[in-house]
Design a protein around this ligand. Sequence first.
Ligand code: HEC
Length: 238
Amino acid sequence: MHRSKHLTAAALVAAFALAVPRAAAEDNPKRGAEVYRACGACHSLQPGIHLTGPSLAGMWGKKTGTAEGFLRYSQALKSQDIVWDENTLNAWLADPKAMVPGNYMTFRGMHSNRDRGDLIAFLKLAMAAGGTKAVIDKGLISADMTEGQRPEPLGQAGPQQQVTRLRHCRETFFVTTADGTETPHWEMNVRIKIDTSNTGPPAGRPVIVGAGMMGDRVSIVFADVSEIAATLKSTCEG
Ligand code: HEC
């Protein structure tokens, strides 16, 4: 009973995938690499580098929701019984919400058949096993672009960015940095973050960085969750 239900869902997705028109012969992977810029905000093509979305490295021909080490998949995507190929990617990129209701990819969809065709021609090479190196070697994309929009590296932060004390009083965070200055920030403008990647702050050395267009927001980035409790104090004593 359960099994047949499963098959029906898979068949529906397959039928859906075939219903979305797809360009073919003249698909241009070089142009597709340009179109791919829209994806780099959330995806890398480097194995194991996960951003908002999972790394796409090696996912061609793999089942949905199986990138190793990515913990943020929706149940909706993980439970699909489909693999990534020209047809399934074509339907996903045209309208992710329609193909997999309840998925977490906040991407409206790509309506141009030509853009999707070229992008998929690029992804067919880039998402293949060993494809990341191949597309860099072929000159389709720079090595830098395959990493996607990774967070800014924080290892080399100067003294004016190194947070030595962090206290909260009423609606204000007071941030003391290694150059000896204490600066007040409205609590709603402060984001407390953790960057556990190898470009995050060194252990025990949280960093403050500007964020947002208006210049009034800051992020305070820690290397580890335990550092937040060790550093952040509730006190009005300066
Ligand atoms: C705003 C962030 C964002 C953008 C932009 C985005 N994605 Fe995604 N993508 C995600 C997230 C998050 C998931 C995981 C969805 C889930 O688990 O439901 C995902 C999942 C996927 C998957 C399934 C991977 C797997 O492991 O099964 C593919 C393929 C994919 N995206 C391709 C693309 C392509 C190609 C683009 C560019 C056109 C793109 N995405 C743009 C966030 C994004």
